[in-house]
Ligand binder design. Sequence first.
Ligand code: DX5
Ligand code: ZN
Length: 220
Amino acid sequence: MSSKLIAPSILAADFANLQRDIEMVNTSDADWFHIDIMDGVFVPNISFGMPVLQAIAKHAKKTIDVHLMIVDPDRYIKTFAELGSDILTVHYEACTHLHRTLQAIKTEGMKAGVALNPHTNIHFLEDIINDIDLVCIMSVNPGFGGQSFIENTYNKVSQLKELIKRKGASTIIEIDGGVTNKNAKTLVDAGADVLVAGSYVFKSNDQINTIKDLKSLANS
Ligand code: DX5
Ligand code: ZN
């Protein structure tokens, strides 16, 4: 992918002013909305569910990238498609029959993503990489925004990039967790295509410019 993308994570938005924050992303240089769904079982936190996603989708004018941090995601694939998800990412660690899950996501007309926890080696994707549209490398332990970036992520990105090339796949690489202006350029240089940023964007006093600067940095 030539142009590198920025995906603000709505988990860090002000939920009492959600429409305002969605409009901010609409008018910014951001490319996607990153939506974190947590079930309190796969991760030790509960975020929000279908009614909130439906409300977001009503106002969002950009690609909706849904990151499912839930057990048994197969149960909800159809529902997430109906709610307006463009990309649906499931966790490698939550899927017993990953190949079947990815086919089901594509059958519903969405792009299929696979997220890897920090401890999961990218080589587990060796036999499935050609079926994956997006790999989301977790650069924090999933469950919470505002955590510190795990440095080993750089190695994982390079290894994954090498695997994608070797297999002739067209998979894109997304990084999720602790992304800031300090690590954005190094991540892109290692092979990242999409940077998710929650706290860094929404805790900023000038969100529009923070997104603009992050995007220029990623494309510099
Ligand atoms: C963590 C979520 C992330 C999170 C990123 O479980 O998947 O998308 O919102 O937030 P920051 O950028 O604050 O680490
Ligand atoms: Zn996420």
